[in-house]
Design a protein around this ligand. Structure first.
Ligand code: HEM
Length: 123
């Protein structure tokens, strides 16, 4: 299910007018390894397999032209794909996790770009 979701989702991303050019530029000829990495990511998130060893915050930080509206588009395509590929409850769980992770990536990007103050930690 994870494989079908990840491959189906990035197929849509590549065809998308807004997201496609960003992904194609950054990923270039490395789609096979990107897809394998994202299958490991979702396996770790949903099944706690620990297969993913990456640094999502740093990976997104390197992409200077990601904008807040890209997160909405990303999540819309992800949700559409999840609802086609997965049973209803599983789709809802994927979307919930993606929304939470997307929100923290978006916040982290805004902080590292100086658009938001860093979160305060309790003294
Ligand atoms: C909204 C939720 C999102 C999730 C859950 C997510 C998840 C991920 C993960 C896990 C990786 C692999 C990171 C690593 O190599 O350590 C990744 C890479 C990447 N993401 Fe996202 N992402 C999201 C949103 C976006 C958006 C909005 C964009 C662009 C508009 C984007 C563009 C990319 C690109 C281009 C890479 C490859 C980076 C590289 O290989 O250097 N992502 N994403």
């Amino acid at each position: 299910m994870i494989r079908d979701l990840v491959h189906g989702f990035y197929g849509r991303v590549r065809e998308d007018r807004t997201l496609g050019p960003i992904f194609d530029r950054v990923i270039g000829d490395h789609w096979d390894s990107h897809l394998a990495k994202l299958c490991d990511f979702w396996s770790s998130v949903m099944l706690a397999t620990g297969r993913f060893q990456g640094r999502p915050m740093q990976a997104h930080n390197r992409i200077a032209d990601i904008r807040p509206e890209h997160f909405g588009r990303w999540l819309a395509l992800f949700g559409e794909t999840a609802r086609e590929v997965c049973p209803r409850e599983a789709a809802a769980l994927f979307v919930e996790r993606a929304t939470m992770i997307g929100r923290s990536l978006e916040l982290g990007l805004a902080v590292s770009r100086g658009e938001l103050p860093p979160l305060r930690r309790p003294a």
